[in-house]
Ligand binder design. Structure first.
Ligand code: HGY
Ligand code: MN
Ligand code: MN
Length: 417
């Protein structure tokens, strides 16, 4: 079958992005919220399964709720022969419509091209939507692909307690996605993930396609500071054990002494912070906050973690507070498969699209699948580099270009088989 008979149905891809993007949409604030295993995410899952059934895919759900749509081929064996195209459809709060969803729906578009050409691929194609990629309710992030890749035991994942106190396994059963397939029962021969860059580089440098060389390391901690509540008006500064001040000092330290001194490679973020008793005239007795550290270089990420630990020890001494740190996530940097990267570059050039090699700042399911199969990612530009935000945007023409590259790479991988 020639590549010319494989035509991307761009219209349906764009329509499905819009339909899925409407699920969990917040008319007041903007953006959609489909946090893992919530009712809205279930609605998104149900819609995806309907679309997989429309394409006559063999739909399987595994024990952590990963959804697989299998397009069988002449070869009845699907284990270690399949080409997997995946990403996620869960979101952060008030998210854009593209993060994750674009890659899953582009996978359906690839299958649709084969169906429309009346062609059976030489090897099975599997479209995957992994559970809880964002990790904002249950940690770690990329959880479904991590369990699938054997990096986290299923039982441990099912017992994860969310930021809302719920148990992951109970929620998975409640929404009806506790599947019977054993995670990892079917492993791919290779894995591709098409994703928006979520950063500013492709747009700023003027390139159409990002060939992702590697993905930076990620370190997530939850830090709890125990101080002493006291009166804001009567307690002299020198007598305070102020958990609020300590938390703020740590956040400032991370920016000034960790990120700013790393010549821009180490990123430090405190995305969530909570005080108790959280009252205007009471010195906080307790502060709970998160730290997200990232760097493409493992040694520099270790150095950043060490610097933070040293500062926590010294400030707890100085301010007479107790500080505990709980590790939530720790993933080392990942290098993607060179052969697949070259295929992505060759397809982009065949299609006349400019490419640049790029590092992924965000975590992705591909970094987990890279543990068990050759994996690679294709990026398209994000307007203004904005993501995890209702303003996330990529032009239709750019979305279509990315999907065309994906289809071309799949065709060439299956033809060379
Ligand atoms: O945190 C990340 O980079 C991903 O969006 N889960
Ligand atoms: Mn994503
Ligand atoms: Mn994301």
């Amino acid at each position: 079958m020639s590549e010319t008979s494989l035509q991307l149905d761009a219209q349906t891809l764009l329509e499905q992005i819009e339909i899925l993007g409407a699920i969990g949409f917040d008319v007041d604030f903007g953006g959609r919220t489909r946090i893992a295993l919530t009712d809205d995410e279930k609605r998104g899952r149900d819609q995806l399964v309907r679309w997989m059934n429309d394409l006559d895919l063999d739909v399987r759900i595994d024990g952590i709720g990963n959804i697989f749509g299998i397009m069988h081929s002449e070869n009845p064996e699907i284990n270690h022969t399949s080409l997997m195209i995946g990403s996620h459809i869960d979101s952060v709060r008030h998210a854009g419509a593209l993060d994750g969803c674009y890659g899953v729906l582009a996978g359906l578009a690839v299958v649709r091209a084969y169906r429309r050409a009346g062609a059976k691929p030489r090897r099975p194609i599997i479209v995957a939507a992994f559970t809880n990629e964002e990790g904002v309710r249950y940690q770690p992030d990329m959880m479904g692909s991590l369990v699938y890749a054997g990096g986290l035991a299923l039982d441990e994942a099912l017992d994860a307690i969310g930021t809302d106190g719920t148990r992951l396994g109970d929620e998975l059963s409640r929404i009806g996605y506790a599947g019977d397939m054993r995670p990892g029962e079917v492993l791919p021969r290779e894995y591709l993930e098409l994703h928006i860059e979520q950063g500013p580089i492709l747009e700023a440098e003027g390139y159409e396609i990002g060939v992702v060389d590697n993905l930076q390391g990620i370190s997530w901690q939850k830090i709890t500071v125990q101080g002493t509540a006291n009166h804001a008006g009567t307690t002299p500064i020198r007598l305070r054990h102020d958990a609020g001040y300590v938390a703020a000092a740590v956040v400032a330290f991370l920016r000034e002494q960790v990120a700013n001194t790393s010549n821009g490679t180490t990123l430090a973020t405190t995305g969530s912070i909570r005080f108790e008793p959280d009252l205007i005239n009471v010195i906080p007795r307790k502060a709970e906050f998160t730290v997200d550290l990232r760097d493409p270089d493992e040694q520099k990420l270790l150095a950043a973690e060490k610097k933070l630990a040293g500062f926590l020890a010294s400030i707890s001494e100085r301010e007479g507070v107790k500080i505990e740190s709980e590790r939530l996530v720790r993933f080392e940097p990942v290098e993607f498969d060179l052969d697949l990267r070259n295929e992505i570059e060759a397809s982009s050039k065949r299609l006349g699209f400019s490419t640049m090699r790029i590092t992924s700042g965000a975590g992705h399911d591909a970094q987990m699948i890279a543990r068990i199969a050759p994996s690679a990612m294709i990026f398209v530009p994000s307007r203004g580099g904005v993501s995890h935000n209702p303003r996330e945007h990529t032009d239709d023409v750019q979305l279509i270009q990315g999907a065309q590259v994906l289809l071309d790479v799949v065709h060439h991988l299956l033809v060379r088989t």
